[in-house]
Design a protein around this ligand. Structure first.
Ligand SMILES: Cc1cc2nc3c(=O)[nH]c(=O)nc-3n(C[C@H](O)[C@H](O)[C@H](O)COP(=O)(O)OP(=O)(O)OC[C@H]3O[C@@H](n4cnc5c(N)ncnc54)[C@H](O)[C@@H]3O)c2cc1C
Length: 390
């Protein structure tokens, strides 16, 4: 059985969206239903990267949805970007994870890079000809990047990078990796720099994919940097600006995680509504049971709130204002809401939800990572509280 994004569901009104944004979302919905959804079950079962989907995303202009037209991107608004990610996530969360990890890498170049770097890397990445990865996390440095030990030492030709990154999405299939490393161990977060490292650089080794609970086709890898020499021109921005770049990239990324969450939640809600009307128990549809009706209502309420918060963060981003707080609020709420919504969807489906054939248990597994990566729920709460306390 193939689950696909339910575009007909309430909330049908999408606040802050222009007619152009809605038209983009409708087109991506069609593409996601027809091209991405049919293969999503196999991608999950076999835990494989889909080069076909990457190519298709490139052809549709989706691989560069986050980039301006000047650098080969689609040049769409943050609202259209949000709505498009929702559609991709609803059709295939693995593909969406691969895509949003690619966005982290290209956003880092867009935010931290020079025009030469942007001209060199972004047009190919925007067209899907190349794939990026974003390597911040290390075995002993996840929630707190200041624990990072990967370092970049100055050399006559540029820098030599050494260290170990792990849980890096796309790394095994990426063409370039944006690597964060310490350039000044005495300067805390201001001692971190970002480098664009082409995948074939000597000394860079990528391990096999690490098996995971969900988004199994959005593979993650360990990346070893064994004296990897890069020229000075590989550094993004001035030395010491890596942390600042990473945090700006993650502001964008957190809104994209909220969109992923509401995309998965919409599918769970749509499938539950349909199932309640189809499934007969005791001579009638289970939709007549008030206990289940209330579950459906709670799911719709949670989804509406999550979507409003995500679209609000996208709206503030579109105004060019700082949106870190709204991005954290949206990421925290949406990633937790999709957990509640997918759990209720499984309950409404009974044993059919637990069986793999309906695809409902996959939604539960795919949604779970959203509370962990790009800053766990606890980290988001720290950020939100930090904006209120001196
Ligand atoms: C599928 C997947 C894909 C990923 N993709 C990427 C990628 O592409 N690039 C990349 O760089 N990383 C990636 N990551 C890494 C991910 O971002 C980290 O796993 C995440 O940031 C959490 O870090 P950690 O796993 O080290 O957990 P830890 O930091 O060890 O956290 C353990 C627990 O402690 C809690 N905690 C930590 N600090 C605090 C605090 N100050 N207050 C309260 N609670 C706290 C956490 O919330 C968590 O519950 C990926 C991970 C996964 C699983």
């Amino acid at each position: 059985m193939t689950l696909s994004p339910a575009f007909d569901l309430p909330p049908s009104a999408t606040p802050f969206a222009s007619a152009d944004d809605i038209a983009v979302a409708a087109e991506v919905n069609r593409f996601a239903r027809e091209v991405l959804a049919p293969d999503s079950g196999r991608i999950d079962r076999e835990a494989v990267f889909s080069a076909f989907n990457m190519h298709a995303l490139g052809e549709m202009g989706l691989a560069g949805m986050n980039l301006p037209e000047r650098w080969g991107g689609a040049g769409v608004s943050p609202i259209a970007l949000y709505l498009s990610i929702e559609e991709v996530a609803g059709a295939c969360a693995s593909t969406c994870s691969m895509l949003t990890a690619h966005f982290l890498a290209t956003d880092a170049i867009l935010i931290g890079g020079s025009d030469e770097q942007k001209a060199h890397w972004l047009p190919d990445a925007a067209s899907g000809r190349t794939l990026g990865a974003f390597a911040l996390t290390e075995p002993a440095a996840g929630s707190n990047p200041a624990d990072m030990t990967t370092h970049a030492r100055r050399s006559a030709e540029g820098y030599v990078l050494s260290g170990l990154k792990h849980f890096i999405s796309n790394a095994g299939v990426a063409d370039f990796i944006v690597v964060f490393a310490v350039t000044d161990p005495h300067a805390a977060n201001r001692g971190m720099s970002a480098f664009i490292v082409p995948k074939d650089t000597p000394g860079l080794k990528v391990g096999p994919p690490e098996p995971t609970m969900g988004i199994r086709g959005g593979q993650i890898f360990e990346v070893t940097l064994d004296a990897v020499a890069v020229p000075e021109s590989a550094r993004l921005g001035p030395e010491g600006t890596g942390f600042k770049t990473a945090m700006k990239v993650l502001d964008n990324g957190r809104v994209e995680i909220a969109a992923t969450a509401t995309g998965i939640a919409r599918v769970a809600l749509g499938a539950s509504r349909d199932w309640m009307q189809e499934r007969k128990v005791g001579g009638g549809p289970i939709a007549r049971f008030q206990g289940l009706q209330w579950m459906l209502a709670d799911m719709a309420t949670d989804l509406e709130a999550a979507r409003l918060m995500g679209l609000n963060a996208a709206r503030i981003r579109a105004c060019g204002k700082r949106f870190s707080r709204e991005a954290s609020l949206a990421k925290l709420y949406a990633s937790e809401a999709v957990g509640r919504i997918t759990d209720k969807a499984l309950q409404i489906h009974g044993g059919y939800g637990f069986a793999t054939s309906t695809g409902i248990e996959r939604l539960v597994r795919d949604a779970r990572i959203l509370r962990i990566y790009e800053g766990s729920s606890e980290v988001q709460r720290n950020i939100i509280a930090g904006t209120m306390l001196a």
